[in-house]
Design a protein around this ligand. Structure first.
Ligand code: PMP
Length: 395
């Protein structure tokens, strides 16, 4: 019998993953995250990063980051509530609030942390969280940490949401409706105007995780709330600083009251060290660039439309995406992973996404088009999709 220290119960589960054809090693990126990369020693087109605007290796962000390190050092040295709150943290939040057209912003160390910390802090026993069934894992985990009751509504189904609201209104003190702004696996946009209207009708709070809408939708990438002109009607507007902004971090944009409360009860604020100066300097530069020019967001959308149209013409099922997230839906899990592996052999990295990240039987290769791609790179990628798709009888 093997010893418990060899973790036999985990070895068994790992073997199951191998048997199902979904076991994978972490890919190793040699160099910066750009539109063309060296992956495991091979040069490939990168269709899998959230670096929507190409900011992750942008010279202006790097310069700002270095300047912040020179002045503030490499670490904040403490949690914000003790002595980790530097003037640049405050400056970053003021800038983000101006950009987001909201009263105040509270930043966290990551988007994941932001959801995990905020949902728990703003709900309690006697409340209910009503969440879209396709919401991100960090929302699910945040809700699990809360003592409120939880329920889900069918994806973007406003009739179902209203039914749940009707049933909940008299039973609970506060109701919190949570949705992704842009759904990360399908690229569709939440019906936020209807959600805001229903929330007002049933006196509920609204919470939008706009990780994939920030820097992508709305004027100059101000996000899904701005896209629908819903300022003042969404209580908690969450964004990440790790995707379009290109760095790391997450934030809640909304009221001064929300910011004040999170300062006292947002557990990642109280118990985890503040964002490092290098990140803060780069984030501020990215936001300034978005406020200066639409060059990056325009290019992102141009590339996304081009790529999606070409894939559709080839006969691939790209689902109902309304954003640069372009799923190529295959269905079967093992076939999805094989498609992704063969694309890689042909010079394109587009990661296969299978259960439990998406529902069983809805495996897909998810393509993330960015502003950094050239038309020539997109054409090369499309040629690889055509070749492998035909070889595998997918088109
Ligand atoms: N929310 C959504 C919808 C996401 O897609 C992600 C990132 N996968 C997160 C939150 C977490 O953001 P971060 O990577 O900044 O922690």
């Amino acid at each position: 019998m093997s010893s418990i220290h060899e973790l036999p119960f985990l070895q068994e589960k790992i073997q199951e993953l191998k048997d199902q054809g979904v076991y994978r090693r972490l890919p190793i990126l040699e160099g910066a995250n750009e539109s063309e990369i060296v992956l495991n020693g091979k040069r490939v087109i990168n269709l899998s990063s959230n670096n929507y605007l190409g900011f992750a290796n942008h010279p202006r962000l790097k310069k700002a980051s270095i300047e912040a390190v020179e002045k503030y050092g490499v670490g904040a040295g403490a949690v914000r509530t003790i002595i980790g709150n530097m003037d640049i943290h405050e400056e970053m939040e003021t800038l983000l609030a101006t950009f987001k057209r909201e009263e105040a912003v509270m930043t966290f160390q990551s988007g994941f942390n932001c959801n995990a910390g905020t949902i728990q802090a703003v709900t309690e026993a006697g409340d209910i969280i009503i969440s879209d069934e396709l919401n991100h894992a960090s929302i699910i985990d945040g809700a699990r940490l809360s003592k409120a009751d939880k329920t889900v509504y069918k994806h973007n189904d406003m009739n179902h949401l209203e039914k749940v609201l009707k049933e909940s209104r008299d039973k609970y003190r506060n109701i919190l409706i949570i949705t992704d702004g842009v759904f990360s696996m399908d690229g569709d946009i939440a019906d936020l105007p209807s959600i805001a209207t229903l929330a007002e009708k049933y006196n509920a709070m609204t919470y939008v995780d706009d990780a994939h809408g920030s820097g992508v939708l709305g004027e100059s990438g101000r996000g899904t709330v701005d896209h629908f002109h819903l300022h003042g009607r969404i209580d908690f507007s969450i964004g990440t600083l790790s995707k379009a902004i290109g760095v790391i971090g997450g934030y809640v944009a909304g009221s001064k009251t929300a910011q004040e409360w999170l300062n006292h009860r947002g557990r990642p604020i109280l118990f985890s060290t503040a964002l490092p100066p290098a990140a803060v300097g780069a984030i501020m530069e990215a936001v300034k660039m978005l406020m200066e020019t639409t060059e990056y967001t325009d290019k992102l959308w141009k590339n996304a439309r081009y790529f999606k149209e070409k894939l559709g013409k080839l006969g691939f099922n790209t689902g109902h995406s309304q954003t640069p997230i372009t799923p190529v839906i295959i269905g079967d899990e093992a076939k999805t992973m094989e498609f992704s592996r063969t694309l890689l052999d042909n010079g394109v990295f587009a990661s296969g996404i299978v259960f439990p990240t998406v529902q069983k039987g809805t495996g897909r290769v998810r393509c993330m088009v960015t502003a950094g791609h050239t038309e020539e790179q997109l054409d090369r990628a499309i040629a690889a999709f055509e070749k492998v798709g035909k070889e595998m009888n997918l088109i």
